[in-house]
Design a protein around this ligand. Structure first.
Ligand SMILES: Cc1cc2nc3c(=O)[nH]c(=O)nc-3n(C[C@H](O)[C@H](O)[C@H](O)COP(=O)(O)OP(=O)(O)OC[C@H]3O[C@@H](n4cnc5c(N)ncnc54)[C@H](O)[C@@H]3O)c2cc1C
Length: 414
């Protein structure tokens, strides 16, 4: 049988693309082909199992290749996306910073909504069926060579239109192993170097290990070769290998890009007391040393920094005797401690790579696709959507919004 449309990849963008195509082209024969045993596996892992499915501010987000992303985001903005899901039976709520979650707080409600709609539309999903090769034969027909994993047999599918919705290389255990890049490249498309993004960071400093498990709200400046490159604010988690948490994830695409091309020095500089400036913090600590002369140095930061962080700051400043009474601290020493708490430097040595990344930076070159249709400029009938394209955003629901918007647009087969 010749399908009117085959969608490769039944993840967030592919599921939307198939629904959109079935609604737009009522008589089309459509199917999805998925390499994992079930559709939408990654959706279940999103938002720590709660699926942060979009952000109320997504329209203003600074996506990579924003100009390319805008037409899809305008065609399917957040309001339309939420209406789309409501129409599938899914209610949502947003938190105080605009992150949107399913009302059930369970990610499976999101993948169920999409799967139930595909069932209703009668669109089959061939699971456990990796697409290994795509050939373009005469009369603009795509032939897909696949494996039926359970039996090991070779399968072949034919279609007049093809949507590549394979995701990137991030979190390969969820299915996206980068094979979509090879498929698009074999069809003549350029792939910009894929790099792990929204990923924890390695540091060779001993402190993260000592502070393992501690969460702080900080302002993080990424410094490359001594120059500030980016600033983020938010929660930071110290781990035995380095740094995690939103603040670390947000600078991770720049850290990935840096280490892909250079070995030069790269530091995370943490302002651990962002709500007080140098003078205020100095005045506060100086007053404390006067009022509580006999308190040991290890208690200096007890009302300012959590857990053992205060002692770590003292050690970093070369003050090894933590029992020194506060009354004997000189003004110069208090200044040094304040400087350290406001700019605590940790050397970064890399990222945890694709296995721990949430998103891929890089992918199919966007200048080879029409942003208003997501159709290939090189091959008639070929489309792409979601993370396989070189578009990515920050933490907070922006990447799934791109997956929904681009999937719904590509599925129109405009
Ligand atoms: C742990 C984690 C948490 C996340 N949390 C959030 C969040 O809360 N909010 C947010 O906005 N974003 C989040 N993301 C990012 C978001 O999940 C992705 O950006 C989004 O899923 C991308 O959608 P996609 O359809 O392009 O790709 P994917 O969701 O990766 O789907 C691609 C599908 O294609 C299949 N496939 C790949 N190659 C082949 C092949 N050769 N043949 C057949 N099938 C193939 C894969 O198995 C997969 O099912 C998170 C990601 C991870 C890993």
């Amino acid at each position: 049988m010749i399908y009117n449309l085959l969608v490769v990849g039944a993840g967030a963008s592919g599921l939307c693309a198939a629904i959109s195509a079935a609604r737009t082209h009522k008589n089309f024969k459509i199917a999805l082909i998925e390499r994992m045993p079930r559709a939408g596996k990654k959706i279940l892992a999103t938002g720590n199992g709660r699926c942060n499915l979009t952000n109320l501010d997504a329209q203003n987000h600074d996506y990579k290749n924003l100009n390319f992303a805008v037409p899809a985001l305008k065609a399917y903005p957040v309001t339309k996306t939420l209406d789309f899901f409501k129409g599938l039976g899914l209610l949502t709520f947003s938190d105080e910073v605009g992150r949107v979650y399913p009302l059930t707080n369970k990610a499976n409600a999101v993948s169920d909504a999409l799967r139930f709609e595909l069932e209703r539309l009668g669109i089959p999903i061939f699971c456990d069926t990796p697409v290994q090769k795509i050939k373009l034969v005469e009369k603009g027909l795509f032939v897909l060579d696949c494996e039926d994993k359970p039996s090991g047999k070779k399968l072949s599918f034919r279609a007049k239109n093809l949507i590549i919705a394979t995701g990137g290389k991030a979190a390969p255990v969820q299915g996206s192993d980068g094979s979509g890049f090879s498929l698009l490249s074999s069809l003549g498309h350029t792939i910009r170097q894929p790099l792990p993004s929204l990923v924890p960071l390695f540091s060779d400093s001993p402190y993260p290990k000592q502070l393992k498990g501690l969460r702080v709200r900080s302002t993080l400046t990424l410094e490359i070769k001594g120059k500030p490159r980016a600033v983020t604010h938010g929660e930071l988690l110290f781990t035995d290998y380095g740094l995690s948490g939103i603040a670390a994830m947000e600078i991770s695409p720049l850290v990935s890009e840096h280490f892909a091309f250079s070995q030069a020095d790269c530091h995370a500089v943490l302002d651990l007391v962002p709500s007080f400036d140098h003078e205020e913090l100095f005045a506060f600590l100086q007053e404390l040393t006067r009022a509580s002369e006999s308190l040991p140095l290890e208690k200096l930061f007890f009302g300012v920094l959590p857990g053992p962080l205060g002692s770590v700051i003292c050690k970093e400043c070369g003050m090894k005797d933590l029992q020194t009474p506060l009354g004997s601290l000189k003004e110069q020493s208090i200044k040094k401690l304040v400087d350290c708490a406001k700019a605590f430097r940790l050397k970064l040595t890399g990222t945890q790579g694709f296995s721990r990344a949430q998103v891929t930076r890089g992918g199919a070159a966007v200048d080879e696709f029409d942003p208003k249709r997501l159709a290939s400029n090189k091959i008639k009938g070929l489309y792409a959507c979601g993370e396989v394209l070189d578009v990515d955003g920050a933490c907070g629901g922006y990447n799934l919004q791109w997956a929904w918007s681009s999937g719904l647009l590509a599925g129109r087969l405009g």
